[in-house]
Design a protein around this ligand. Structure first.
Ligand code: SF4
Length: 365
């Protein structure tokens, strides 16, 4: 250990007792609740997760319900959280837990880590918070806090650095309160030792032990290599509605089972930006209207979207390049059952028309 972290333990525990936010998965730290919350929190802030968490548990109250859920239902519950493979992996893990562990998550760090979608951070969180096992739970927040305390310029994206820090945390873990200790580090990273902008050092319980603070270098840590530039993809999106249909019916396309947004429904779209004349040629009998442009950022690619509303007389005759894999849905079905990725938010508000909605869908031939 290059820095002796043992001194921070009592200060963090004391601070956590007084400052921990009240959260349902903390009040009732059942293994399933901790698991769901930690997976949701991987890309989303606590405040935003609360509503998703309650809705998810209301619909899927235990591991059995998760294992047996229809995929569309699962994706709908995850709509807005993004990174849908997280919830698909949770279901794969739930099925294994049903088969191998009688429906209860195993109280074992290595066994947890062997489940799909559970890495060392989540395994450590479940093991320590739900089962009281002295296992570390080191994510980006915790790496930032600990590297600042030590004024270390290590590259925190390196697996070796993370493993070293996990060993450091394991060596100082208070065996009577491992869950509280892990959560105190997470909480400090989320509410005081902030990632963007200046950390709130004056409120920090370990300020007197923090080397970065004393050296005035807290903004220079943590060190990460520069991000690779995202690839820009230009696409044209079609919001295709059957004219005069009340309720509104909309054409969706199912994406392939691999790659970006795998297996998700989407609005039909093609590569490149097509001007209105080209779109009109694709839909010669339709009313074509340009909608505001959209943009969506994925981790490695950025979509720049030109969007069109297409009002056709019959959605049964679509251009060849977008027809395959499409299906027509009523607006109500989309609202209630389909998880449409937020990449298409730019078109969502143009989906509805006047008129009563009713349940109806029909497959295209
Ligand atoms: S003193 Fe500041 S930089 Fe150091 S751990 Fe606390 S909040 Fe982070």
């Amino acid at each position: 250990m290059t820095y002796d972290y043992s001194e921070i333990v009592p200060f963090l525990l004391h601070w956590y007792e007084r400052n921990a936010r009240i959260l349902r998965w903390r009040e009732e730290p059942k293994p399933y609740y901790v698991w769901v919350s930690e997976i949701m929190l991987q890309q989303t802030r606590v405040e935003a997760v609360k509503g998703y968490f309650d809705r998810f548990l209301e619909s899927l109250p235990d591991i059995k319900a998760l294992a047996e859920a229809e995929e569309e239902k699962l994706l709908k519950l995850w709509e807005g959280l993004g990174y849908y493979n997280r919830v698909r992996n949770m279901q794969k893990a739930a099925k294994i837990v049903m088969e191998q562990y009688g429906g209860e998550l195993p109280a074992d760090y290595e066994a947890l880590k062997a489940l799909p979608g559970i890495g060392s951070y989540t395994a450590g969180a479940i093991a320590s918070i739900a089962f009281g096992l002295p296992e570390p739970s080191v994510d980006g927040n915790v790496l930032r806090v600990l590297k600042r305390i030590a004024a270390s310029y290590d590259d925190i994206t390196k697996e070796k650095i993370k493993k070293e820090l996990e060993a450091d945390v394991r060596s100082i873990m208070p065996t009577d309160r491992p869950g509280d200790f892990n959560q105190s580090l997470m909480e400090l990273g989320a509410t005081v030792c902030l990632p963007n902008g200046k950390p709130l050092c004056e409120q920090c319980p370990v300020m007197h032990l923090c080397k970065a603070f004393h050296q005035g270098v807290e903004l220079q840590i943590p060190v990460k290599p520069p991000k690779k530039e995202r690839r820009i993809e230009e696409r044209t999106v079609f919001l295709i509605k059957e004219e005069c249909k009340h309720p509104v019916e909309i054409v969706l396309h199912k994406r392939p089972d691999t790659g970006l947004l795998s297996g998700m429904w989407e609005l039909p779209n093609v590569e490149n930006h097509l001007d209105v004349k080209r779109v009109q040629r694709m839909f010669p009998d339709a009313k074509v209207k340009r909608l505001p442009d959209g943009k969506h950022i994925f981790s490695h690619v950025e979509w720049r979207l030109w969007c069109y509303e297409i009002k056709t007389k019959a959605t049964g005759s679509l251009p060849e390049q977008i027809e395959q894999g499409t299906q027509v849905f009523s607006l109500q079905e989309i609202k209630e059952q389909i998880s449409l990725p937020s990449a298409f938010d730019c078109c969502k508000k143009y989906m509805s028309d006047e008129g009563e909605v009713q349940k109806k869908s029909r497959k295209k031939q």
